[in-house]
Design a protein around this ligand. Structure first.
Ligand code: C2E
Ligand code: CA
Ligand code: CA
Ligand code: CA
Length: 280
């Protein structure tokens, strides 16, 4: 038993060492990634459930590492946040999304909206970069409503004057705000009252078992009823089956996003699908 214990311990530290090494390596490589053009923005359609039409998409970054292949944002975004690189990367994603919004507003729908994830680190670091975002939209002749920002609950809990000011500035520009991953964090209803939120995104953890778990169904329904009473639209994340989609429609969910409709895709593939009037 002792021996086995030692082996376990050894295995554990090796795994930890590997993780630390790979983190250090990724952090190192991330510094070059922008300049080396290793990032690409993918777009995932957000489907209006009542009409089965698409007027929105979420921008999701992809990193094609020269030797390690595609690396998940779930893995490198936290590193980019720790190193502060997320500010530069986030600005780049925003500019890509804005350029895409110009194109898709001309080509597909004058109201098309692209949502961009904005990390709390970006808000905290902000020395006026949101103003440069607004300037960029103006330069492109884009309305503030062409972009939405996705934030997480932690940001609302933190709620410093700086963060509050930036959220208000976005609203003044007509840029809508979506609360991402709803249900996984603090999920305090008080924040929904205190901040003007336009969309609530129900985390995929609640959508996954919708068909077999009556408490998840009850939760989703309660979230939707409450959101609607507050004038907030609801987007369900991670919709993978027709059954989930039917249930979400039944309980009045406004939008769905997930593999059932389309995976995140490169801009040209997304555009081709949307031009044919289908999500994916
Ligand atoms: P998120 O904002 O919650 O994005 C939704 C994630 O769910 C995406 O993962 C998307 O590909 C995935 N997804 C969509 N539909 C389905 C489905 O039907 N089933 C399942 N299982 N998954 C689905 P992705 O693209 O790997 O991104 C992971 C996270 O990385 C994002 O979660 C977001 O927190 C972060 N992220 C991605 N791009 C950016 C970015 O440009 N900036 C920032 N700050 N964070 C980003
Ligand atoms: Ca998101
Ligand atoms: Ca989410
Ligand atoms: Ca998430």
């Amino acid at each position: 038993a002792k021996r086995q214990g030692r082996n376990c311990y050894h295995y554990y530290t090796t795994a930890m060492q590997d993780a630390a090494n790979s983190r250090a390596r990724l952090s190192n490589d991330l510094h070059q990634a922008l300049a080396e053009k290793q990032f690409e923005v993918y777009y995932q359609p957000i489907v209006e459930l009542a009409t089965n039409s698409v007027h929105k998409a979420e921008a999701l970054i992809r990193w094609q590492h020269p030797t390690l292949g595609q690396i998940s944002p779930a893995k490198f975004i936290p590193i980019a946040e720790d190193t502060g690189l997320i500010v530069e990367i986030g600005d780049w994603v925003f500019r890509q999304a804005a350029a895409q919004a110009v194109r898709w507003r001309n080509l597909l729908d004058p109201e098309f909206q692209i949502s961009v994830n904005k990390s709390p680190v970006q808000f905290r670091a902000d020395h006026g970069s949101h103003l440069s975002w607004f300037g960029h939209l103006r330069d492109l002749g884009l309305a503030g409503s062409s972009i939405a920002i996705e934030i997480t609950e932690g940001l609302l809990v933190e709620a410093s004057d700086k963060i509050r000011g930036q959220l208000l500035a976005f609203r003044d520009q007509g840029t809508q705000v979506a609360l991402d991953d709803f249900g996984t964090g603090y999920s305090s209803l008080a924040y929904l009252k205190k901040f003007d939120i336009d969309y609530l995104k129900i985390d995929q953890a609640f959508v996954r078992n919708l068909a077999n778990d009556s408490s998840d169904m009850a939760l989703c329904e309660a979230i939707i009823v409450m959101a609607h009473k507050l004038g907030i639209k609801v987007i369900a994340e991670g919709v993978e089956t027709a059954e989930q989609c039917a249930l979400l429609k039944q309980i009045g969910c406004d939008y769905g996003q997930g593999y059932l409709f389309a995976r995140p895709m490169p801009a040209d593939a997304c555009e081709a699908a949307l031009l044919q009037g289908r999500p994916g």
